[in-house]
Ligand binder design. Sequence first.
Ligand code: IMP
Ligand code: MG
Length: 180
Amino acid sequence: MINDIEKVLFTEEEIAEKVKEMGKKISEDYNGKDLILVGVLKGSVPFMAELMKRIEIPCNMDFMAVSSYGSSTETSGVVRIIKDLDFEIENKHVLIVEDIVDSGITLRYLKKYLVAKNPSSVEIACLLNKPDRRQAEISVKYLGFDVPNYFLVGYGLDYAERYRNLPFIGILKENVYKNK
Ligand code: IMP
Ligand code: MG
């Protein structure tokens, strides 16, 4: 697995440090509010696990699964809900927890979908952002790192469902997906 990585962008320690800051900010902003974290399966799982441990106020968690990718490295532009929420979110403050915002199509769709269920608010916490790739206007309230336009894996991010379990975030070597 490690042999397929061109370069490590963020180590486990760097990610933990950043997520701790994000958790602190979220704890301050949502103090006294009914907060529910909505993780986007499966890429957000390590980030969600780390972030919730750094949130110092009571909160619920739920998950959704959407698909827009298949196994290619480019978005299809079409978003489909595979797993919906388990909980009602009316009058709750929703924080969508996502691994990476690329074109923005997935998050724009999800946000609109959740807003329609009458929550008190919907904001986004995203570990990584590829600003150069944006097609859909979307504002990310809590952002970890801006990243360059390479295909990244690890810490939840996959290529064809592999590499999610790497503890760091790295650039995938081009030959892994270019010759497919
Ligand atoms: P968007 O709709 O184009 O913003 O796509 C966001 C989704 O694409 C993320 O949740 C990831 O699952 C996936 N994605 C985008 N860029 C990468 C990457 O560099 N590595 C792995 N997955 C990615
Ligand atoms: Mg994802």
